[in-house]
Write a protein that binds this ligand. Sequence first.
Ligand code: AMP
Length: 354
Amino acid sequence: MSDIRTIGILGGGQLGRMLALAAARLGLRCHIFEPGATPPAGDVAHALTTADYDDETALRAFAQSVDVITYEFENIPTSTLDQLEQLRPIHPNREALRISQDRLTEKAFLQDLGLSTAPYAAVDEAASLAAAIADIGTPAILKTRRFGYDGKGQMRLASADDAAAALAALAGAPAILEGLVDFNAEISVIAARSPTGEVACYDPGVNHHSDGILRTTSVPAPIPAMLRTDAVLLASRILNALDYVGVLGVELFVTDAGLVVNEIAPRVHNSGHWTQNGCAVDQFEQHIRAIAGWPLGDGSRHSDVTMQNLIGDDMDQVPALARQADSALHLYGKAETRPGRKMGHVNIVKPRAT
Ligand code: AMP
């Protein structure tokens, strides 16, 4: 099928764990590189390297032990990638990472593709924030350009009076001001592209967040068929523009004027976990297939699914969920439960209605 036998994964969290499980089902091995102790992916992988991302000796040995390298988070240091790419192919490619690591670059890239985004402006200090507010208006959201996730590194501005406090909260980090999008729903599309340019997309799911963290994703999303098609076409356009290999998550706002792209993630995505019990080939296997040069699954959905994240004390529900015949549990094996920590998820599965 392909010469690839061993896959290197940067990052040992739950996404790495589920990638390693999917790879194992295809008879492939994974080697996890992760600085933290006892990573969730380490339990299920063939090999684990515990070292920092600037440990050149460990990086070299890791790269030499694998056939291809991927990652489960986008904030990998540039120097790490510079070293690794001398030794083995990295998928998705550097360009996809460069664009998705920086909200400003990402927005410009999306607009260049003719896609809609929130109005935005770069913010570095008080003067550029004042100019951005004058341009975009309020309400608005000030976000760090880099290293934001799960709603972290974001401040809402109800009016220009909030500017100083919002800027102070970001502690001088380069930022972007975004106009608040008046959306009816948040959806996401998980899409994949193979090295030969084959593209497969999953059905868009509708997402519900609270406290900036994804709580549930449901498929099918209750949106018109036309918008579902738009979402899939738009994701394909992004994949092709990036000459992308692997799985990409695209988060979208559904507005009265159509779809607005919020952000892209160059990896498997929390809002794609429903595919584990809704599709023959889930997003994790799809990513492994893409980077290993296998044919892609077609992405078709056989069931209706609601994915519910199990965060912190939600783990108390596990005994009851384990008794529910329609519920598939996916727990990440994290030793310590903490508020706000993603501990697992459950996919509640129903026969496909439409
Ligand atoms: P993000 O980290 O950019 O995905 O933002 C986290 C959440 O904040 C999103 O899922 C939205 O619910 C909300 N949000 C972010 N940006 C905007 C925006 N420009 N307009 C409206 N809501 C937003």
